[in-house]
Write a protein that binds this ligand. Structure first.
Ligand SMILES: Cc1ncc(COP(=O)(O)O)c(C=O)c1O
Length: 364
């Protein structure tokens, strides 16, 4: 048996006619950047998330950049975040000239440990950027409480958690700004790059809207330094269709995850979802001590796996200038050495899941 990690081809085939019709309409309309489909998508997004404002943009990375820029983050500022994430989180902070200040994670959820945040706050701190890793949100109540106490903004990096719930509220709707990604392999993925930002603040929304188009408030009138960060109509047309079926996709991901957990939890460290939260299972990630060997053996059996992420941010060469060393964030380092993600997508067949489970158990 050969298993596909993401099954993107099946995701296309599931609604092929609808995708073809919608994209063909955009192509023949000759309106490619922003416009009807993007506006419709933004309305759908806003309704789905329950935020006051939603804005499509060119990627999850640009969503984070727009958020940082709209908050006026500048050189000398400090942003608190996790070292156990995809590079874009810390990279965008550095890109606007600010300093990423890392705080270690909790081993059970892989998300930032809120109990370590206060000691990392200085007079330069402007925001906290928790990441909702693998599909589950961090301890947002505690994080928001700390942010309120010190007058800080909270930017949720929700690239992996679009649709997840925290006490009945959707990811992207529990912070100053929520940022997500529609990269193809994300739970809600388009057929290229795409992202979105969400906020309750009209002022921040207007700023991000202008900054998405080079800080332009009127044609060729630029109030802010901005960027070329627009979502294109082809992606918006695809996402409108995908969003219609997203509840069903999330349900199936949940079924796959439950099946994995039921059979694997006796044998291996399986993911933990906290009370009052859901995960959208961007990844189903277990911990294994002899990871290389297990990955190789699974690969030989046609079972692909992935490591998200093998090197924490503080040990990446691009962040050597921050002066960290091994041992600074021990939980992140331990997880980076042990995590392994199993195939996870709504198109996995039951027999494929059984095949993955039984072979993995044999190798442990
Ligand atoms: C945690 C996290 N942040 C940011 C991003 C960036 O999103 P994009 O790839 O759409 O730029 C990703 C996507 O891989 C991510 O996983």
């Amino acid at each position: 048996m050969t298993i596909d990690f993401a099954n993107l081809d099946k995701a296309f085939k599931a609604h092929e006619e609808e995708f073809k019709n919608a994209t063909s309409e955009v192509m023949s309309s000759a309106r490619y950047i922003l416009g009807k489909e993007t506006e419709e998508f933004e309305n759908n997004l806003q309704e789905f998330v329950g935020s006051d404002y939603a804005l499509g943009c060119s990627s999850g990375t640009d969503a984070l950049l727009l958020a940082l820029m709209a908050l006026g983050i500048r050189p000398g500022d400090e942003i608190i975040t996790t070292p156990f994430t995809f590079i874009a989180t810390a990279e965008t902070i550095a890109f606007v000239g600010a300093k990423p200040v890392f705080v270690d994670i909790k081993e059970d959820t892989y998300n930032i440990d809120f109990s370590l945040i206060e000691e990392a706050i200085t007079e330069k701190t402007k925001a906290i950027m928790p990441v909702s890793l693998y599909g589950q949100m961090a301890d947002m109540d505690e994080i928001n409480q700390i942010a309120n106490k010190y007058g800080l903004a909270v930017i949720e990096d929700a690239a992996q958690s679009f649709g997840a719930l925290y006490k009945e509220k959707r990811s992207c709707n529990v912070s100053t700004i929520g940022c997500t990604s529609f990269f193809p392999a994300k739970p809600l993925g388009c057929f290229g790059d795409g992202g979105a930002v969400f906020t309750k603040s009209e002022e921040i929304y207007e700023k991000m809207k202008a900054m998405r188009v080079h800080g332009q408030v009127k044609r060729y009138t630029h109030k802010y330094i901005g960027m070329g960060g627009r979502l294109d109509n082809l992606q918006a047309a695809i996402l409108n269709i995908k969003l219609k079926y997203y509840d069903k996709d999330m349900e199936r991901r949940q079924v796959v995850a439950e099946k994995y957990t039921n059979f694997l939890e006796k044998h291996i460290s399986t993911p933990i979802v906290k009370d009052n939260r859901t995960s959208v299972w961007a990844q189903y990630t277990v911990k294994v001590k002899n990871r290389n060997q297990v990955q190789k053996s699974l690969k030989d059996l046609g079972i692909p796996t992935a490591v998200h992420y093998p090197i924490p941010m503080h040990l990446q060469e691009c962040f050597y200038y921050l002066g960290h060393r091994e041992g600074d964030f021990p939980i992140s380092e331990k997880c980076a050495n042990e995590v392994m993600s199993l195939p996870m997508n709504p198109y996995l067949e039951d027999e494929e899941i059984d095949y993955i489970i039984s072979n993995l158990i044999k190798l442990l």
